[in-house]
Design a protein around this ligand. Sequence first.
Ligand code: F6P
Length: 331
Amino acid sequence: MAHNIKRIGVLTSGGDAPGMNAAVRAVVRTALGQGIQVVGIHRGWQGLITGDFEMLDSHDVSHILSEGGTILYTARCDEFMQESGQQKAVATCQLLGLDAVIAIGGDGTFRGALDLSRHGIPVIGVPATIDNDLGCSNYTIGFDTACNTALQCIDKLRDTMQSHERCSVVEVMGRHAGFLALYVGIAVGATAVLVPEREYDFERDVAEPIRRSRLSGNTHFMVVVAEGVGSAFTIGDEIKNNLGIDPRVTVLGHIQRGGTPSVRDREIATRMGYAAVMALVDGDTNTVIGTQGGFLVRTPIEEALQMKKGLQMDRYEVLEAVQHSDPVRDN
Ligand code: F6P
């Protein structure tokens, strides 16, 4: 082998995302194929601080492709934000003889990876978050599965809203981004979709779409709210107070993070896990794997953290274009 890498660590950190296991599996199998040993670090950065790990072989990652969550566990670790925590993590890397660490997660995970790299430990980032909010990658592992989970829930809600002729207000995750809300809103044919990227105006964004829908004959309505806009209960109250209808509010919550990963998530996670190891083999460290224009790309981690991804507002226009717009039926 031309490279000098003998042993690497792999960890998952931050909010879990369906497909993380597929990425871990790809890292382990690709690395072993390159003659590199793999140490699975438990509970993200926390495990690197406390030295919580297991050696991983090919069989350890069998049958995990279809499993949601992460076999390595995950955590949000405040201690790793401190210099003292980072020093402990570096000591663990030295003790275990890790030549590099592959970190699978979102922006918080990548900030941790950058800190570790500044202490001389080479890192590679693999983007995984249901929020799809990383500027360095068009796509993040877990987004598709989370969208499909939310879609199935909302389709079920629609059944009962239709029977009772009610309005449903559904809050989806996404942190500060509206990707989940917008994609799911389009897919369920929502009456209205509220995203943090667009300043909220009750009259324009909720009242008018519901009014148009009612005037065109509908008696049930679906309002999808990204959590970054605010509480769905507040929106529900506004609807009740201003439109005189009594909506039912549902917060989908953490159910969106679970479940067996979709084809898209398993496939992209496998390719990204492979690409992460091959970056190390090529001697390309302190980078993040991402997708741009359908291809896998490597971006220096510092640059990756500066990159911003705006919500594709053209999708919002599409959503509005296919909503009910005929104020009165003429027959
Ligand atoms: O980043 C993923 C995510 O699920 C967000 O959509 C959500 O705001 C957050 O994590 C919830 O975090 P926690 O699991 O710590 O409650």
